[in-house]
Each structure stands twice: as structure tokens, then as C-alpha cells.
Design a protein around this ligand. Structure first.
Ligand code: TYM
Length: 331
């Protein structure tokens, strides 16, 4: 029996290289080894300001992105979080087991409470509990995510242990899986690449768009002129090369930069070319899927159905264990 994986992305806008390298690329690679459930977590998207008339469209676009990146519906379940009502039911049950102090300590909650101070809602505080419900509802054992999500996974481990120790062994232990792109920095060279910051490269961008942004990106700030030797280890362009370029290109850059044989422009052009080459087939497929809404919606429909069936069994077990017996009311 294969172990199960769960992971998801919020439909809050276009996907960037952080989402791709931190999450999706890993998801695709793990499809043969695990039984995977990949979700579009629309309920989590409601914790920050959003427009109700854009949410459905964003869900659809993310589904097209997953498929374009190589999510194979024959191997993995592609589903929308809100279509399986048990996520919120289980979240409530877990709420009643989770001390408030655990949630107030979560780094993303602390950060959002500062940056989003006009809308510090209960959903934001409860974010990690809903995430725990997402994962354990499918008895997942592994969660491929970027590094920023590890504190949430740690909390999920605590919550599920609480459930198991109070009601008996039900949920397996979970672990986070982080890959090579665990924390992709933005083009500013300091912050994490993120939708809320103007520092992203997006999956839909073609060479010209990529180049116009990469050409202005921060490099090794100590290298002023082309004749100055540079230090790839402190240069964000090099860290992106590590994720997109061949060994041959990497050798060329390390030697060329350290010996001032190549300048930042040449190095950046090579990066834009390599990123564009990897993204080109994804971009093409993305637009193809956008033009096949019936096909994509059918995949979501089937995925939601499979997810519901699996989750229903787990919830039967959960309700019995916590002392709620719905069978009692049947005639
Ligand atoms: P979201 O949409 O904020 O992020 C989706 C995924 O992208 C990764 N990521 C990054 N990885 C590396 N470098 C970056 N700059 C970068 N930016 C984003 C995130 O780590 C994440 O893996 N809370 C989740 C969504 C979620 C979820 C779940 C995930 C809801 N329930 C259950 C796993 C399991 C999130 O961060 O979404």
C-alpha cells in the first residue's frame, strides 16, 4: 500500500516560481511513489481580503496550472477543498482540542496580524487547524510544501497526537517534505517570493516578461563593475540558476563570475533563457486547459467525488470515536 500525500495552494491569484519550486514541482515528482490528494484550498483563501466574483475563476485557473505542470488525474486526486464539507466539520472537532495559546504562537498568524491589521479574523487564527483537518482527513502521512509551511505542519502533528491520545489511534504521524526550492527569494534578493510583494516571476510569463524583470533584479551588491570579481554564493540570481540551470551552465557562471569573465547581464540572460525553457511547455498547456473548461471541470468533479468518498469513511470513524453517533437518529 502506498502512503498518502496531501497538499494545497490558495486560489489568491497567479502562481509564481515560489509555488512552483516549493510545492508543485515536488508534487509531480511524488505522484508515482505516493497516493496523492492535491487541493485548491479556497476556504483558506477567505482568510485574507478577496472578491467573491473572482474566487471561482481563480479556482479554475489554479486547476489549469496544476494540470499544465503535470498533475495526472489518473494517478492523483485533484479536488477543491470546499467541495468536501468534512474539512470544516473536522476543523471544528479539532478546534475543540486545540489550545488558543498554540494558535497565537504560529509565526504566520503573528506576521499577518501585523501586516493585515484591518482584518484580523478568526479564520486567520484558525488557519493551521483547518490545514490540519485538510491533511488528516485523508490520513495523509506526508505533506510537500515550502519551508514557510513547516510551523503549520509541526502544529498539525501536535493536534493529531492530541486526538490520538484522547480518542485512540486514528491518524498516522505526518511529516513535511521540502525540496530544493524550499524558500525561493524574490527578485529583491531579500524577502521570500510572495504574491503580496512586488518581487515575483509568474508561471505564465514568457521570455520577454521574465527578462524585463530579471534584468532589474538585485545581484551581488558588492560587484559594482563587470571587471569586479563577483561572489555567486551571495547572489540571488545564482540561487535561481541552481534551480533551473544545467551543471555546465553552473560551472560557467561560478568560474566566469568569480574571475570577472562574465558580467551580470550575460548571467541574467542565461537565467531568463533557462527559466523560459522550463516554463514554456507549462505555459502552452496552461492556455490549452483554460480553453477547455468542460474538460477541467469534469476532472474536478471526479476528484471531488473520490475525495468525498474517502473522507466520509474517515469521518464515520472520527464521529464514533468522539462519541457522536448519527446512526442513533435513523428510523
Ligand atoms: P500558499 O498558497 O500560500 O502556498 C502554496 C505553496 O507554495 C509554497 N511557497 C513557496 N515555496 C518556496 N518559496 C516561496 N517563496 C514560496 N511561496 C509559497 C508554500 O510553502 C506552499 O507549499 N497554507 C498553505 C495551503 C494549504 C495547505 C494545506 C498546504 C492549506 N491546507 C494542507 C499543505 C497541506 C499555503 O501556504 O498556501
Amino acid at each position: 500500500m502506498k502512503k498518502r500525500i496531501f497538499s494545497g495552494i490558495k486560489p489568491t491569484g497567479d502562481l509564481h516560481l515560489g509555488n512552483y519550486l516549493g510545492a508543485i514541482k515536488n508534487w509531480i515528482a511524488l505522484q508515482d511513489e505516493y497516493d496523492c490528494v492535491y487541493s485548491i484550498v479556497d476556504l483558506h483563501a477567505m482568510t485574507t481580503e478577496y472578491k467573491s466574483n473572482e474566487l471561482r475563476e481563480n479556482v479554475f485557473k489554479i486547476a489549469c496550472n496544476y494540470l499544465a505542470c503535470g498533475l495526472d488525474p489518473q494517478k492523483s486526486i485533484l479536488m477543491v477543498q470546499s467541495s468536501v464539507k468534512y474539512h470544516t466539520e473536522l476543523c471544528w472537532i479539532l478546534n475543540c482540542l486545540t489550545p488558543l495559546s498554540w494558535l497565537e504562537r504560529v509565526p504566520t498568524f503573528k506576521e499577518k496580524s501585523q501586516t493585515q491589521d484591518e482584518n484580523i479574523n478568526m479564520g486567520l487564527l484558525d488557519y493551521a487547524v483547518l490545514m490540519t483537518a485538510d491533511i488528516i482527513l485523508y490520513k495523509a502521512e506526508a505533506v510537500p510544501v515550502g519551508e514557510d509551511q513547516l510551523p503549520h505542519i509541526e502544529l498539525a502533528r501536535e493536534i493529531l497526537r492530541r486526538f490520538n491520545s484522547r480518542f485512540g489511534d486514528t491518524f498516522p504521524e505526518i511529516k513535511g517534505i521540502v525540496g530544493k526550492g524550499a524558500r525561493v527569494k524574490g527578485l529583491d534578493g531579500t524577502d521570500k517570493m510572495g504574491k503580496s510583494l512586488d518581487n515575483c516571476l509568474y508561471l505564465y510569463e514568457d521570455y520577454d516578461m521574465l527578462w524585463s524583470k530579471i534584468s532589474k533584479a538585485v545581484t551581488d551588491t558588492a560587484r559594482i563593475k563587470k571587471t569586479d570579481p563577483g561572489n555567486p554564493n551571495v547572489c540571488n540570481i545564482y540561487s535561481l540558476h541552481l534551480l533551473f540551470s544545467s551543471t555546465k551552465d553552473l560551472e560557467l557562471i561560478i568560474t566566469g563570475c568569480k574571475n570577472a569573465e562574465i558580467g551580470c547581464i550575460q548571467c541574467k540572460k542565461l537565467l531568463a533563457t533557462n527559466i523560459s525553457e522550463e516554463l514554456e511547455p507549462i505555459r502552452t498547456k496552461y492556455y490549452e486547459f483554460l480553453n477547455r473548461p468542460d474538460f477541467v471541470n469534469e476532472i474536478l468533479f471526479e476528484g471531488n467525488k473520490k475525495a468525498n468518498l474517502f473522507a466520509a469513511d474517515v469521518m464515520d470513524e472520527v464521529y464514533k470515536k468522539i462519541g457522536i453517533d448519527h446512526g442513533f437518529f435513523k428510523k
